[in-house]
Design a protein around this ligand. Structure first.
Ligand SMILES: Cc1cc2nc3c(=O)[nH]c(=O)nc-3n(C[C@H](O)[C@H](O)[C@H](O)COP(=O)(O)OP(=O)(O)OC[C@H]3O[C@@H](n4cnc5c(N)ncnc54)[C@H](O)[C@@H]3O)c2cc1C
Length: 341
């Protein structure tokens, strides 16, 4: 039976370092312990928070329920052919350690996703992405436990309905499953994705044909460390807002007014805007309100240097959203999830 800790402060378990107390906290190291934790929550009628690295949540207040910290371990090659390996990874493994493990073993495809904080089990929730690659590009399938029925279910790539920072687990199946393993299809041959301009620029000194996956990973790590604050030093959750997707008509009207507007094509009808550019040009970069800050080097990141309450972070976020809406007519959506809802 895992240890249920009552009245537990989860400040060290969220990268915004928000002080918040959970009614109960339990760390689970196996599927059996997970089942026992879920049974406890059912008996005690406790709401659940499934927690990985806590790098994509904002605690608005104390959590009146059970926090289940997923700490399962394991990496196994479950199939392979001449070209690919299928690597099955436990949800509790650390994402960046998985990237390093894959490179050490000559399994390629994760290099652009280097240094994203958090656990493997959380990666499918928002289809993590960076530098032109998303989880879905290397995803094969996942196993997840249905919280109500206790049954283990396999989800294929199609059934996960991955989108930009989105999946079925944030939509129709929200809060219904705990992901227990993720299987990735990785290439035995390097297949580099250097479409992202900052990445190409960082590797410009190396002739294209000689660039290795290890060098791509190292370049991603360097770029990220230069742009993003380390949560250990300055608490944050990375991008606080998603890049908004708007219609081409709205984009063209905005572009007339703001010729420098930063955007990325989506499809014939839609354009994605850089949320950081909008926040910066609404005058928020570096601003601090009640001790919570818009990061001076990257306006998309809100930081909590004083390790203050989550409601102060949400108040700043509300003000940023209101001012971007007023100036550009664009509504920003938060990327991290707020608890309790
Ligand atoms: C400095 C920094 C940089 C970042 N950069 C990026 C980036 O480049 N790209 C990107 O996509 N994200 C980025 N993020 C966000 C974050 O790293 C990812 O969203 C990551 O996948 C979150 O993992 P986690 O284990 O910390 O999730 P948590 O914060 O613990 O949980 C996030 C959500 O997933 C749910 N969840 C977690 N584990 C499971 C599970 N096993 N089963 C079911 N639900 C689960 C939780 O209940 C919660 O709703 C960044 C964050 C930081 C702090």
């Amino acid at each position: 039976m895992p240890l249920f800790l009552p009245h537990f402060n989860i400040q060290k378990f969220n990268t915004l370092a928000v002080p918040a107390v959970a009614n109960y906290f339990v760390a689970v190291q196996s599927d059996e312990e997970l089942q026992e934790a879920l049974a406890f929550a059912k008996t005690e009628k406790l709401p659940l928070l499934i927690l990985g690295g806590g790098s994509n949540i904002v605690l608005r207040a104390d959590f009146p329920g059970l926090v289940i910290h997923i700490k399962t371990r394991g990496l196994d090659v479950v199939a392979e052919n001449d070209e690919f390996v299928w690597l099955k990874v436990a949800a509790g493994e650390n994402w960046h350690q998985l990237v390093e493990y894959s490179l050490d073993n000559g399994y390629y495809g994760l290099e652009n996703l280097s240094l994203i904080p958090g656990s493997v089990g959380a990666a499918p929730i928002q289809n993590i992405g960076a530098y032109g690659v998303e989880l879905k590009d290397v995803f094969a399938e996942l196993s997840a436990l249905n919280i109500q029925s206790g049954l283990m279910v396999t989800f294929t790539k199609e059934s996960c309905q991955f989108g930009y920072r989105d999946s079925i687990f944030k939509q129709s199946l929200k809060d219904q499953y705990v992901i227990t393993t993720v299987t990735l299809k990785l290439s035995k041959m390097p297949r580099l994705n250097l479409q992202y301009p900052a990445l190409r620029a960082a590797l410009a000194d190396i002739p294209g044909a000689e660039v290795s996956p290890e060098q791509v990973s190292a370049a991603v790590v360097t770029i990220r460390q230069s742009k993003l604050p380390d949560p250990q030093q300055i608490p944050n959750v990375g991008s606080f807002f998603k890049n908004p997707i708007i219609s081409v008509a709205q984009f063209e009207a905005l572009k007339l007014q703001y010729p420098q507007l930063v955007s990325y094509p989506v499809d014939e009808l839609h354009v994605k805007l850089a949320a950081g550019w909008l926040i910066d040009h609404a005058g928020w970069r570096g601003k601090e309100i009640n001790g919570v800050r818009v990061h001076p080097d990257q306006a998309l990141v809100l930081t909590n240097p004083g390790k203050l309450e989550g409601k102060l972070i949400l108040q700043l976020a509300d003000r940023v959203v209101a001012s971007v809406r007023e100036q550009f007519g664009v509504v920003l959506e938060m990327e991290p999830r707020v608890y309790p809802e």
